[in-house]
Ligand binder design. Structure first.
Ligand code: SF4
Ligand code: SF4
Length: 77
């Protein structure tokens, strides 16, 4: 039980930890660069047609979602 509580508290802080969320940039993306400029881990890059997020380095801060003018970034898990 104590272990579960500790795990829960740990998840809430999430500082410097890898995120368990998975972010996906959808086809609504217009390649405006806003998310790439603000991402603290520099994990957003240009894919074959629009920007994509490298989930291995994403810390789940959601700053990219807040700045996206097209509402193109989704948390899918
Ligand atoms: S959630 Fe944060 S770390 Fe992850 S891609 Fe968006 S801005 Fe970058
Ligand atoms: S901020 Fe939104 S529209 Fe702009 S590049 Fe990022 S995902 Fe695409």
């Amino acid at each position: 039980m104590a272990d579960l509580q500790e795990a829960s508290e740990h998840d809430e802080t999430n500082e410097g930890e890898e995120s368990h969320k998975i972010f996906r940039i959808t086809i609504r993306c217009t390649n405006c660069l806003s998310c790439q400029k603000v991402c603290p881990t520099d994990t957003i890059y240009f894919g074959s047609q629009h920007f994509v997020i490298d989930t291995d380095d994403c810390i789940g801060c959601e700053i990219c979602i807040q700045v996206c003018p097209e509402d193109a970034i989704r948390v899918i898990a």
